[in-house]
Design a protein around this ligand. Structure first.
Ligand code: F6R
Length: 263
């Protein structure tokens, strides 16, 4: 795992968007794992700018979102399908048939989980997985006590997460209680992962995930087991890290990061 701290949320999003855009340029048929939430909105905005002004081509890109609320149709404005359409898909030249989000309103939800996993496998797995982190330490909707080997399944959302996402629904009582999420095991199988976290309210959970023990109580800590994971933070989210000097040293001395230092 490498940890990169940028001066603010804007710079952290810019580096994240640049790494994704570069990955697409290197491999035009990239299989990209996507996250939703407030943190990602600026990243998607920047990817849209890359497409519009610098020719980033999504023709052959295949995307798989991490999660979807149970009971919501893709047309529901609160669904993650609608979020992706609003923030990214409608603005770029992605083939709609290549943009996958679990179907939260499937008649047979267990079957939907199996179908989704099989589809990811049929595409050869995720090349690059984008991740945020929730206040409970979740990645995807892998709430505390998710097995570190978990697969795509239904998960009950924690009261903290229901509260965190209530603003989208106009009240905590309106947030669906369960979601389909790919598992921690699936996320660990991605060839590369980027986790982006910004803001002081994430400082405590980021420090626990990155520098604490690997535990099912903080599923983002499982990224310590990932073979190729970069964590991008702003100063606020990095505030409680103890090994900061070491992380900065790596970013400022490794040649592979040189093109990104000015971002
Ligand atoms: C949603 C997802 C979640 C979010 C996390 C952070 O698809 O994967 O893990 O990334 O809840 O959300 P924000 O960015 O709203 O703080």
């Amino acid at each position: 795992m490498e940890v990169i701290v940028r001066k603010d949320a804007e710079a952290a999003a810019r580096l994240t968007a640049r790494l994704i855009a570069d990955a697409i340029r290197v491999k035009p048929d990239l299989v990209l794992g996507l996250a939703t939430g407030r943190t990602m909105e600026r990243v998607y905005e920047m990817l849209v700018e890359e497409h519009k002004y610098r020719g980033l081509d999504f023709t052959y890109v295949v995307t798989f979102n991490l999660d979807e609320y149970v009971g919501l149709a893709p047309s529901d404005p609160c669904s993650y399908s609608a979020y992706m359409h609003y923030h990214l898909f409608r603005h770029v030249n992605i083939n709609p048939a290549n943009a996958h989000v679990p179907r939260g309103n499937a008649a047979d939800l267990e079957e939907e989980c199996r179908r989704y996993e099989a589809l990811i496998a049929a595409h050869g797995g995720i090349d690059l997985q984008l991740l945020g982190i929730g206040l409970t330490g979740h990645i995807g909707f892998n709430e505390p006590m998710s097995s570190l080997r978990s697969r795509t399944r239904l998960k009950a959302l924690s009261p903290v997460t229901l509260q965190q996402n209530s603003e989208y629904f106009g009240g905590v009582d309106k947030v669906p209680r369960r979601a389909i999420t790919v598992g921690v095991g699936n996320i660990l199988e991605s060839k590369r992962a980027i986790m982006l976290a910004t803001g002081e309210e994430k400082a405590d959970i980021v420090a626990r995930a990155l520098e604490g023990p690997v535990t099912a109580m903080v599923t983002a800590s499982a990224l310590q087991l990932h073979p190729r994971c970069v964590v991008i933070l702003d100063e606020g989210a990095a505030a409680n890290l103890t090994m900061r000097d070491y992380y900065d040293h790596i970013f400022h001395t490794e040649p592979e990061w040189a093109p990104y230092r000015s971002l």
